[in-house]
Design a protein around this ligand. Structure first.
Ligand SMILES: [Zn+2]
Length: 124
């Protein structure tokens, strides 16, 4: 079991990863011309990888800093997952995909997370 830092790593390691770190990753910027989110933040490539590769041993998933608004549906199947880091994304609410999963979810820096500092002058 090892740490993958890209979806290419996941494929190379044949899914034998305990940690997948996609912090501000270009793997989460869409390059699929058939996808409505092309050139923007998108999880379609991650979803395809999760469908193709067995990552059932994955315990830690870091998707922070990607401006994501949704999770790939296949996250539901990651039964070994214990922690998911979604900090600094664009989730307006806690993703429904996480309902029923017992894991720690970090949502700092998302619209749905109450900010500890009330005067934060950034709204892009
Ligand atoms: Zn896409």
């Amino acid at each position: 079991m090892s740490i993958a830092k890209s979806l290419t790593d996941v494929v190379k390691l044949k899914g034998a990863v305990s940690s997948l770190v996609l912090r501000a990753s270009k793997d989460l910027v869409c390059t699929n011309l058939w996808c409505e989110k092309v050139t923007g933040p998108c999880v379609c490539r991650l979803e395809r990888t999760l469908q193709k590769i067995d990552v059932s041993g994955l315990k830690h998933l870091d998707l922070s800093g990607n401006r994501l608004t949704e999770l790939p549906p296949s996250v539901r199947g990651l039964t070994a997952l214990r922690e998911i880091d979604l900090s600094d994304n664009d989730f307006a609410s806690v993703p429904g995909e996480l309902a029923g999963l017992s894991l720690a979810c970090i949502l700092e820096g998302n619209p749905c997370s109450p900010s500890p500092m009330p005067t934060k002058p950034e709204s892009s």
